[in-house]
Design a protein around this ligand. Structure first.
Ligand code: PMP
Length: 453
């Protein structure tokens, strides 16, 4: 977020290891026409990532056309949980293309049926219906719609309140952005829906009070009574950190939702499919939501998202009013099925869980060296982050500089995230090995040292 990386080719030290290879100036001069074309024909908002023209991405590596190889700690944007271009995923896509069924709208297909069944099987027992969409934003929009429709039905015209979280993110479309808690990103909406309100996210860093009373205080302050609330939409972990809420907080929240007939929605768009060391991140809390929003890692590749939920909530609309043109595109469905099989067969959630201590330890060591600048760090499974600060305030420039330095060293991150763009986020494919993690951590540590020298 915030600013561009330099597009001027720079000589950088050569790197050649098992996992990384940097042998040219960066960006490579021959990639400039492509970078320029993108600048010319796309909006400025698309310019935020390091200037690397991806030519190929396989497993934990991203390659350009000039002999350079990056160890990838982005997974695109937490998409390629099963690895980039996993062989099984590619083969499933090829077979589907060769079968010559590329699109079927909402007409029935075996591919959609198979994926819906597979997703129900990996969801908690009570969540037994699946609605397939294309993007994460659509999934969260749909969950808001389902919650409000349910609220209206059981509580009348007033039960339409949606509670999101400060600093939360659910996508950039109108409802999703309003439910999110990044004030700067929703200023374009102006006439914000007064029934979409926000509670402090109990991360223990920006929000010191992590008790559930902060939620009750926030809705009271917003002038909403429990009987006026239709749904609570919470990222299972808040992406900026990644930050989990205390288990007791989420248990209290789930009990409160049950008591007041409020739909509890976990946004697992980023957290699901093994990322945190469990298949679903909400398993860390020991609660079951009413709706799960999925996206990103669902296919490890092609655009697909889903809402999974209880039949009573999912079946509120008659045939027609809850569909989408690309609902369960068959090519995306087979990609998702192949990815899901690989995540389960290779126990990629287990791999993430086993590597978590290594990641935490590496971040701890960087923090110990630079306690003032690494304001906060966290990791769960194979998602981690360092929030950079200066005099206690978010430091976007430092996070940006670290990511650029790593890019030059052959370790790839997406641009900084967080409400203030202060976070260096770590999210390798879940297929990564211990050796590759160790190498990445030492590169990151070196980059932080150099940026602060
Ligand atoms: N929810 C969460 C938690 C996300 O991280 C994102 C994407 N970063 C979205 C929703 C939106 O997904 P999409 O970009 O596919 O619309």
């Amino acid at each position: 977020m915030g600013k561009e990386f330099s597009n001027i080719p720079r000589e950088v030290p050569r790197v050649e290891t098992r996992f990384r290879k940097i042998v040219t100036a960066l960006p490579h001069p021959d990639s400039l026409p492509t970078l320029e074309k993108l600048r010319q024909f796309e909006p400025q908002s698309m310019r935020g990532q390091p200037p690397l023209v991806w030519a190929r991405a396989e497993d934990i590596f991203v390659y350009d056309n000039y002999g350079n190889q990056w160890l990838d700690w982005s997974s695109g944007v937490l998409v390629t949980n099963a690895g980039h271009g996993a062989r099984e995923v590619r083969q499933a896509i090829i077979d589907q293309v060769d079968q010559c069924l590329l699109h079927n709208y909402v007409f029935p297909s075996a591919e959609r049926a198979e994926l819906a069944e597979a997703l129900v099987k990996v969801a908690p027992g009570e969540l037994n219906k699946v609605f397939l969409l294309t993007t994460g934003s659509e999934a969260t929009e749909c969950a808001i719609k389902l919650s409000r429709a349910h609220g209206l039905k059981i509580g009348g015209q007033k039960k339409i309140g949606i509670v999101g979280y400060e600093r939360g993110f659910h996508g950039r479309t109108m409802g999703a952005q309003q439910a999110g808690g990044m004030a700067g990103q929703k200023s374009w909406i102006v006439n914000l829906d007064p029934a979409i309100v926000h509670a402090p996210f109990p991360d223990g860093f920006w929000e010191k009070n992590t008790g559930f009373e902060t939620f009750l205080a926030a809705i009271a302050q917003a002038g909403l009574k429990p009987e006026e609330i239709a749904g609570v939409l919470m990222e299972t972990y808040q992406g900026v950190g990644p930050d989990f809420a205390p288990i007791s907080y989420v248990k209290d929240l789930a009990a409160w939702c049950k008591q007041h007939n409020v739909i509890l929605i976990f946004d697992e768009v980023q957290a699901g499919f093994g990322r945190t060391g469990k298949f679903w991140a909400f398993e860390h809390y020991g609660v079951v939501p009413d709706l799960i929003c999925c996206g990103k890692g669902i296919s490890s590749s092609l655009p697909l998202s889903a809402v999974i939920g209880r039949a009573a909530i999912m079946d509120q609309f008659p045939p027609g009013p809850m569909t989408s043109t690309h609902t369960g595109n068959p090519v995306c469905c087979v990609a998702a099925l192949a990815s899901l099989k690989k995540i389960i067969r290779d126990d990629l959630a287990g791999n993430a869980a086993r590597l978590e201590p290594l990641l935490l330890d590496g971040l701890e060591q960087i923090h110990q060296k630079h306690p003032r600048e690494v304001g906060h760090f966290s990791a769960r499974g194979l998602v981690g982050g360092m929030q950079m600060v200066q005099a206690g305030k978010p430091d976007h420039d430092l996070a940006h500089a670290i990511i650029e330095k790593c890019f030059h060293k052959g370790l790839l991150f997406f641009s900084p995230v967080g409400a203030w763009g202060q976070t260096v986020k770590i999210a390798p494919p879940l297929t990564i090995t211990r050796e590759a993690m160790l190498e990445g951590l030492s590169v990151l540590s070196e980059a932080v040292d150099e940026c602060l020298a």
